[in-house]
Ligand binder design. Structure first.
Ligand code: ATP
Length: 327
């Protein structure tokens, strides 16, 4: 299949590095004589025909910019058969031979639906959750970790001065990769993630008591968003900690700050490599793939298979956190 024109969109939650991937796609396509049609606001743009020709000059200086110049959105209409049909029809109308979509697993499910309607697709994994199984790394994760770490380092100073407990909620509804990484990096006393059940008395209260015996007078507890939700909110967890330990516990919810900011070196470089790879496999006739990076090498996987894979927290990561928090 010859690919002359590729549609490009970003979808789902934004992540630092999306723009660098957009730039890489546009530039690689230009070098290979392929046209790029930018699609605004994810699948919504495809349904509404909100598209524009992308020239390579439009992406100058984009590697270091956070967010996404294509805008992103969640499109309930695209979850319907009618919505997908409309999008596929528009692809044909605009002469789009294939789509490159940058986003998370929801975005790739959408891509699979499009593929079933005759529009081939390639997915580039971008989400600060790092929860795509076919890749060791998803765009945005490292920058998000560093943003959280910077904020928590500041919190630590004030918690230390007041001998308090700082409970920090980080993003991650179903995945605790961000919480685990950040927790290790800031030397958290407790890390709570959705993938691992925990016993409040044993894993939180007793742990804090033991830590106190070791001479600590301030505490950092990292809670992934998904755990906070099942506990009725982070404030509930903090209130329980204060009640059981007598330590003043304060909540900070980092929220969307974790998704913003200039992508760091890892995100810029990985996005550049993934963007290039996505265009080159389409040029070579490989379709319906998700790009991944494993052992530092670019790879690609069948979308169906990629979506069926599962990614658990690395046990060694969790163990490292446990050992280093002296429990
Ligand atoms: P993140 O996890 O970082 O937010 P994501 O890509 O998983 O990224 P979602 O909100 O799950 O984000 O999905 C983005 C969009 O992809 C949805 O708004 C919808 O347009 C499309 N989509 C998601 N799931 C499906 C599905 N099962 N079928 C068709 N389209 C889907």
């Amino acid at each position: 299949m010859a690919v002359n024109r590729i549609g490009l969109l970003t979808s789902g939650g934004d992540a630092p590095g999306m723009n660098a991937a957009v730039r890489a796609v546009v530039r690689t396509a230009f070098v290979n004589g392929i046209e790029i049609l930018g699609i605004r606001r994810g699948y919504n743009g495809l349904i509404n025909g909100d598209v524009f020709e992308m020239e390579h000059k439009m992406v100058n200086g984009l590697t270091g910019r956070g967010g996404t110049i294509l805008y992103t959105a969640r499109s309930p209409e695209f979850n319907t058969e009618e919505g997908v049909k409309k999008a596929a029809k528009n692809c044909k109308y605009f002469g789009v031979d294939a789509i490159i979509c940058i986003g998370g697993d929801g975005t790739f499910r959408g891509a699979l639906d499009l593929a079933k309607h005759g529009i081939p697709a390639v997915g580039i994994p971008a989400t600060i959750d790092n929860d795509i199984a076919c890749t060791n790394y998803t765009l945005g994760f490292d920058t998000a970790c560093n943003t959280a770490i910077e904020a928590i380092d500041k919190l630590r100073d004030t918690m230390q001065s007041h001998e308090r407990c700082s409970l920090v909620e980080v993003m991650g509804r179903k995945a605790g990769h961000l919480a685990a990484y950040v927790g290790i990096a800031v030397g958290a006393n407790v890390i709570l993630v959705p993938e691992r059940p925990y016993d409040f008395e044993k894993d939180v209260v007793q742990k804090m008591r033991r830590t106190r015996i070791h001479g600590h007078n301030h505490f950092i507890v990292i809670v992934a968003e998904g755990v906070a939700e099942t506990e009725g909110g982070s404030q509930n967890i903090a209130d329980k900690i204060a009640e059981e330990t007598g330590v003043d516990a304060r909540v900070t919810i980092l929220g969307h700050i974790q998704r913003g900011g200039r992508p760091n070196a890892r995100d810029r470089v990985t996005a550049s490599r993934m963007g290039r790879h996505a265009v080159e496999i389409l040029r070579d006739g490989k379709v319906n793939r998700v790009i991944g990076i494993q052992g530092g090498a670019m790879q690609d996987f069948d979308i169906d298979e990629a979506l069926a894979m599962e990614k658990d927290l690395q046990e060694t990561m969790y163990d490292t956190a446990r050992i280093l928090s002296l429990s």
